[in-house]
Design a protein around this ligand. Sequence first.
Ligand code: SF4
Length: 669
Amino acid sequence: MARPAHPRAGDAGMSLLQDMAAGAPPLAAKSDAALPRRRWTLPRRILAQPKGAIGLTLVVLYLLLAVFGPMLAPQDAFRQNFAQTLRPPSAAHWFGTDQLGRDVFSRVLVGARATLGIGVGGVAVAFLIGVPLGILAAWRRGWIEAVLMRAIDIMLSFPDIVFALAVVAILGANTQNVIIAVGVVAVPVFARTARAVTMSILAEPYIEGSAALGASPSRIILRHVLPNISGTLLTLSTLLFASTLLSASGLGFLGLGTQPPFPEWGTMLGESRSYIRSHPYLATFPGLFLAVSALAFNLLGEALRVIYDPTSRRGSRRAPLFAFLRRRSAAAPATAPDGDSAAGNAVSVKALRMAFRTRDGLLDVVRGVDLAIRPGRTLALVGESGSGKSTLLRAIGTLANPQEVSITQGAIGIDGESALGLPAAALRALRRRKIGVVFQDAASALNPVLTVGAQLAEAVRAGSRLDNEAVRQRCLALLKDVRIADPERRLAMYPHQFSGGMKQRIVIAIALAQDPQVLLADEPTSALDVTIQQQILVLLREIQAKRGMAVLLVTHDLGLVARFADDVAVMYAGRIVESGEVATVLERPLHPYTLALRASAPGAGEGRGQPLRSIPGEPPLIGQFPAGCTFRPRCPRTQGRPDCAEREPDPRTVSGRQVACLFAEEGLS
Ligand code: SF4
């Protein structure tokens, strides 16, 4: 099949770049549309498990009993009949009569509502207190988390029933106080679980993407965190319901629960304890109903746990947290880039230095970077892993977490506005208005529990007052912009119903929702196959041409750089060692590192069938940069020259590009 001429390689007329670009497959060779998968509802998934089917059936029966029990009771559950006391089970009294001649069967039916009501109330109390505390701890971290978690540890050190007894002893014995007592006892479990799952969700890229759209913390929690942790919390509620029932019944058994004459299964057990040997049926029936109800909720909870098992969740990582969203952007000076040089640039970075915060102090990761991107141009940032390029991209996107990284010096300007030292609200507004971010893993960048339409609408609504119809029309237009066919139908679909390429198109559509001036793309196609890579990058070029955006493309693929970027900046050990127009830099690199990168690129050098060259040696670890030129231990050009060991070369202009090598001119010969 004839390979179509490439838009950039052909223009440049560069044999090497054409060679690199030649690795690309023909466009549109493969459709990346995916057929929708069958959708499983939660009840179906529960019923598909034997224990789930049993548990759900029993729970439904118990709930019906709680609702209709008093109506089904054959006799008055409160009427005393001293002529019929302590009668064994019979046709007239299926479960016998108690010490006051009341019908036990009727009391069990009537007591279902109070018993299950205490369980529901207790779980609700625990949920409403514990979940916000857990989310707060995960979100804010620091001393708030430490104080909350220590308090919870102290609560957990007491046995449940002892703690509940103490609460009831303080508040008094009645049904409401039993609900409060059993609820408070369960608060630590909800708080701990909510904290753990929230931390996991906050580490997901779609949270970062939402933050990049300028979403407020409350919106992120309501739209992204709560829907994603609801499954785990539902499972926990079901499991805790059983233990709450048992705690409440324990209090009832001790005479501290629902007070007579109102029937409640735990209270009935307590009343029967004097007759446990002579009339065991008095305890047997309420005890049986209680035990089966606990079993039913446990089985249902176990089935839900299998469905929502957190260990099977994608990306259960525990790292970067987002307390920083409510703080200032960084402890950096609030200086704007130099006015003259920044004018007209969509992105302007000046003398930027960043350092990781560690127990041993600050470790430099970005060391004096200057770069600029003009509207409508694409700058590719290339370099090996650990060179600092993703850290730099996050700083430009105002997404660097100041708890982890400090911007110690320099300035970042986005479309003429300083992006450093801003209050949280101003930072969110800047992100929303001017910056779009496309992350590497589209699957993680989309919230799995929200439809594509909901996620697009959220991005469109951020900071605007559009009505529902206007939002919908905008969402449809965005999907058309990224070439998604049948957008009306796609809006109602979930991310799992799309292929990888389609997901990345949706991520791009979300990033474009606010018409950003700057699009940051962190390895946007590395998770895709080469055909889809090509389609996505061509799409990005077309959108960029239409909108005049500046694009910062972080990649390690020089082939992509050759085909899709206008300018390139090569990063090594936290510095830009060579930068300039792609045609200039890649056709004749002057820095030995750029030369080595080019030689190790697929398609460069010896031709097909030859093994790829690798760059000798290892890049230096952060905090362990060698003295002098950091590339010296791997540099074939230095040949032991003392100048290379004495000072780190600053970038200077050589043959139409900036290059940080003391002997760059040797590359021209
Ligand atoms: S300054 Fe010296 S060590 Fe550094 S890249 Fe140039 S020749 Fe190599």
